[in-house]
Every structure is written in structure tokens, then in C-alpha cells.
Ligand binder design. Structure first.
Ligand code: AVJ
Length: 324
């Protein structure tokens, strides 16, 4: 993963590769730029992770429940792509709920390697999987999966199956999604399998509703990044003078999330002062949507052979198996 080690892949926002590791440097770079941006990966502090869990239960937010139903319905088929005594490597494990469906359907799995940036959360989840599935070696890796990381030596001789559910791949710029899949292939090695969940292009009203829920949870999730800047970077954002905006960008096939300043104002954070014009936004997230074909092309460009695709009846979401 040498290329990844040099620069993290741009995760949602523009020009992020220029920003360095720390939240502070990141915010200074993003809020000094035109237009302003902050990467979606900073949504997930404790409060943000909780709000995201709430989002997954919203009636308008179809991706999580649709992907779960596809995994449940197709678990046996998916298990057919998992070699004997393989290791399942999950990139960015928010919750182990989806991996557990695969693990339950694939008793031939010998190891489960959840990779996540939050070590404490990982330890908790790993303990729960160990308790429920005692025959599998649970080997958590605390790392930012968008950067370089080492697989545990215990799985060196095992066939590897990558697992990247949740359409997290949609947070990458398409060229970075290709690069991510290519690097994942390098990490997993020749003969590897990759199982990827990808949200599909659909009726714009359905897409817009999923990111503009009536209960306002997505708005709270988006605005929470300002609360995080206030807390961690001594910021003075007034949350009532910003509003959540999310819309489908048809040209780029993506949902964009922004925080719009409701007035002309200056804000301090990370020891700097930033001015906002009325109506100016901070671009906080891109969530790219694909067609089954456009994703297959992307996977092929990343060096993977397409093996299978599973979708729901409404074609809202897709799960793909790829082979190296
Ligand atoms: C976790 C990236 C898949 O893009 O749908 C949900 C994040 N943002 N609502 C998505 C999200 C607003 C989510 N992903």
C-alpha cells in the first residue's frame, strides 16, 4: 500500500489529499479553501456514530436495511465465493452486523479481521464476535483503512476475502474508489475475493428523501461536525446560524451534503478566523451512486474480475463479488 502511505485517499471532500493527518490541520485547509470543505470521515465521533446508527433506522434511509436484506437473502450464494479456511477482512467496521450474516453462512471461514480506526469500539465488537462464534479467530486491526495497514501475520497463509459493505465506497471520488480497490487487491493478494456493497442510482425523490429525513436526524448528523469543531478545536460555531442541505447532483451521480451559513459571519476554530458569506456552504460529504454496470467497470479498471451481483427487487442497492 505504498501509494496509500504517501497520501490518504480523498474521502468525500475535494482536495483532501493536501490536508495532513490531524483534524486541526484538516479543518484549517478545508475552511481556507474555496469552496469550503470538511471530510465526511470526521462525522464519526461518539455522537456522530450514534446519530449514524439512528439514520440507519429511519424510514427514508433505505441503504442499510436493503443491504441487510440482500445479504440475508443471498448469504448462501455469497458464501459460495468464500474459499475453505479463508480470512474475512472487513474495511471500516462500523458495526459487525453485516459481517455476522456472512460469517453465519460461511462456516468454512477461519478468521475475521475487522479493520477500524476506533480501537475501543473494535475491542468491544471483537469480544462479542469471539463470544458468539468461538471457532473463528477474531483479529482486529486498529487502523484507518484509507491508509496503509498491515494484515495480522496469523492470516498470512490463508486465502483472503475483503468485505466492504455499506456503500462506504460511495464516499470516495470515483478515481479514488478505483485506487482503493486496486490497493485492497494488493493487500489481500492474488486469488483474493472482494465483497462490496454499492448504492445504486435511482429515482431522485427517493435519493433526496434518504438524506433529508422528516425527523431531522441527518441534519443533526451533519451539524454535529460543527459541534465537534467547537469541542475539539475551540471553535465558536453557532449551530443555529447554519443549516443542513443535501441534494442529488445528477451530473456527478452523487448526493452532496453541505452546511449553509444563514448569514454573513466570522467563526473561529483551530486558532483561525474564517468568514462566511450568507448562503456560503461547507461541503461535508459526497455519496456517489453507481449503476450495476458502472460499478463493474470501476472494479475492472481496478484490476478485479467481476464474479456476481445481488440486488433487491426495487434495484435500490447492490452487493458485488469480485475476484483477483
Ligand atoms: C456511511 C457513507 C454510506 O453516504 O449514505 C448517511 C453516510 N450520510 N446519511 C451514506 C450518510 C448521510 C452514508 N455512508
Amino acid at each position: 500500500m505504498a501509494a496509500l502511505a504517501r497520501s490518504a485517499l480523498r474521502y468525500s471532500a475535494r482536495h483532501e489529499a493536501a490536508a495532513s493527518d490531524s483534524f486541526s490541520d484538516h479543518v484549517i485547509a478545508g475552511l481556507s479553501d474555496t469552496p469550503k470543505w470538511v471530510s465526511a470521515k470526521y462525522f464519526y465521533d461518539a455522537a456522530g456514530s450514534g446519530l449514524f446508527e439512528e439514520i440507519t433506522e429511519l424510514p427514508e434511509y433505505y441503504p442499510t436495511r436493503t443491504e441487510l436484506s440482500i445479504l440475508q437473502r443471498s448469504a448462501r450464494d455469497i458464501a459460495g465465493y468464500i474459499p475453505l479456511s479463508a480470512a474475512l477482512v472487513e474495511f471500516g467496521t462500523g458495526s459487525t452486523k453485516k459481517a455476522r450474516i456472512v460469517i453465519d453462512a460461511a462456516p468454512q471461514l477461519a478468521a475475521y479481521v475487522p479493520v477500524d480506526i476506533s480501537a475501543s469500539f473494535l475491542a468491544q465488537e471483537a469480544a462479542a464476535v469471539r463470544r458468539d462464534v468461538p471457532w473463528i479467530a477474531v483479529l482486529p486491526v486498529a487502523a484507518d483503512f484509507t491508509r496503509d495497514f498491515e494484515l495480522p501475520p496469523q492470516i498470512r497463509s490463508r486465502p483472503r476475502v475483503g468485505f466492504f459493505p455499506g456503500s462506504t465506497i460511495g464516499n470516495f471520488e470515483p478515481s479514488d474508489a478505483t485506487e482503493f480497490l486496486r490497493q485492497a487487491g494488493r493487500v489481500l493478494g492474488q486469488g483474493a475475493t472482494m465483497i462490496v456493497g454499492v448504492d445504486l442510482i435511482k429515482d431522485i425523490a427517493v435519493l433526496n428523501a434518504a438524506y433529508n429525513d422528516a425527523a431531522g436526524v441527518t441534519a443533526e448528523f451533519n451539524l454535529n461536525i460543527l459541534t465537534r469543531m467547537n469541542r475539539e478545536l475551540c471553535g465558536n460555531f453557532d449551530l443555529s446560524s447554519f443549516r443542513h442541505r443535501a441534494f442529488y447532483n445528477t451530473e456527478h451521480h452523487r448526493i452532496e451534503m453541505h452546511l449553509e451559513s444563514l448569514k454573513s459571519q466570522t467563526v473561529t476554530a483551530a486558532g483561525r478566523t474564517f468568514s462566511f458569506a450568507k448562503g456560503e456552504t461547507i461541503h461535508t460529504e459526497n455519496s456517489y451512486k453507481y449503476t450495476v454496470d458502472s460499478f463493474r467497470t470501476l472494479a475492472r479498471d481496478a484490476g478485479w474480475r467481476w464474479a456476481a451481483t445481488w440486488t433487491d427487487e426495487k434495484k435500490h442497492f447492490s452487493v458485488h463479488a469480485l475476484k483477483l
